[in-house]
Design a protein around this ligand. Structure first.
Ligand code: OSB
Ligand code: MG
Length: 366
């Protein structure tokens, strides 16, 4: 039996090594909330709330996560007795929405449980891989030449797939240029829902470019519009923002709203629902990969563990820490070598927070 007796919430800021622009926003610095849950025996598990600062990817913000974590999730989990993280996830699921905030707690519960059980997190989740294939996500750049330079850097580093952010006015031309310069590199695009439902022209042109997938062309709730577009395309559509709950995946599968799924631990409310989405997708023959939210080392460790599950047959957005941060919050960075991240074989997350660096970067602590 495990009982969480103390929860610590810590807002931590890190500068990005390079500005990241999507169809909806640009950022140079991130503030994530680290969640440390300590049980009755003094064992601590770490999780990360990786919400963007503004409500442009999902409805959540750092401020909303901070308030929900402090006022609702901390009281909900404190003192509850549980044997397995799925039991605590059921308690967390009493909160509607607020997936990013819940994900931090669910992740911390898995980290604590796997540490106590003496098993690596990846194995606790059902992961079978020894290393996971890494792709890279590139933001919108000021010019096509700068984008080509970024692609070249990441291809040389060994990343197995390149994802390009697109938006109206930055779509067919940059993607065509990348395909021409790197004809054998697997490329996919991500619109973050920037196109109006019913826009088919741009996607018909992109369909001719041999992309691995087209991620989230339309708004999150536009399941029907995605299904109608998918019916006209050879390229698989991949849903990201649309799938916040396992039931959203049920809807997508029933409607044919996509053929690939991006599973994000944060977007789905934690590792427990992420594994459920994986299991359903596998049962339905839908390939999955793990998306990222520029996680610090703690959330990144969870992404690596999740990507070790057998259904993650496409490269995940689990780049090395150095793609994002000059220095990560963990004592050792996450390293991507020749396109793979090695799955740790030690109990728990496999990476530990660096206390002195954390102290330096902490802007609020409760
Ligand atoms: O849509 O996948 C996305 C980053 C912030 C918000 C949304 C997205 C992203 C990424 C980054 O693509 C992926 C990564 O962590 O490398
Ligand atoms: Mg996306």
């Amino acid at each position: 039996m495990i009982r969480i007796s103390h929860v610590e919430l810590r807002r931590v800021r890190l500068p990005l090594v390079r500005q990241f622009r999507t169809s909806s926003h640009a950022k140079r610095e991130l503030e994530h909330i680290l969640v440390a849950v300590t049980d009755q025996d003094g064992v601590t598990g770490w999780g990360e709330i990786a919400s963007p600062s503004g409500p442009f990817y999902s409805a959540e913000t750092v401020e909303s996560c901070w308030a929900v974590a402090r006022d609702h999730l901390t009281p909900l989990v404190t003192g509850v007795e549980w044997e397995h993280p799925a039991e605590l996830a059921a308690v967390l699921a009493r909160v509607r929405g607020n997936q990013f905030a819940r994900a931090g707690f669910d992740m911390a519960a898995w980290a604590l449980w796997s540490l106590r059980a003496g098993v690596p997190l990846a194995r606790a989740l059902g992961g079978t891989r020894e290393r996971v294939a890494a792709g890279v996500s590139l933001g919108i750049e000021p010019t096509i030449d700068e984008l080509l330079e970024q692609v070249a850097v990441r291809v040389v580093e060994g990343y197995q797939r390149v994802k390009l952010k697109i938006a109206p006015g930055w779509d067919v031309a940059p993607v065509r240029a990348v395909r021409a310069a790197f004809p054998v590199v697997p490329v996919h695009v991500d619109a973050n829902g920037a196109y109006p439902a019913g826009e088919h022209g741009v996607f018909r042109e992109l369909d001719a470019l041999g992309l691995v997938m087209i991620e989230q062309p339309f708004a999150p709730r536009a399941f029907v519009a995605h299904a109608e577009l998918q019916a006209t395309l050879t390229t698989p559509i991949c849903l990201d923002e649309s799938v916040e709950e396992v039931d959203d995946l049920v809807t997508a599968l029933r409607l044919g709203a996509g053929r690939i799924l991006n599973i994000k631990v944060s977007r789905m409310g934690g590792l427990t629902p992420a594994v459920r989405a994986h299991d359903l997708a596998v049962a339905e023959g839908m390939p999955v990969w793990c998306g990222g939210m520029h996680e610090f080392g703690i959330g990144r460790a969870a992404n690596v563990a999740l990507s070790a599950l057998p259904g993650f047959t496409l490269p995940s957005d689990v780049s090395g820490s150095d793609k994002y941060y000059a220095r990560d919050v963990t004592t050792a960075p996450v390293v991507c070598e020749a396109g793979f991240v090695t799955v740790p074989e030690v109990p728990g997350l496999g990476w530990s927070p660096d206390p002195s660096f954390l102290a330096e970067r902490t802007v609020a602590l409760i």
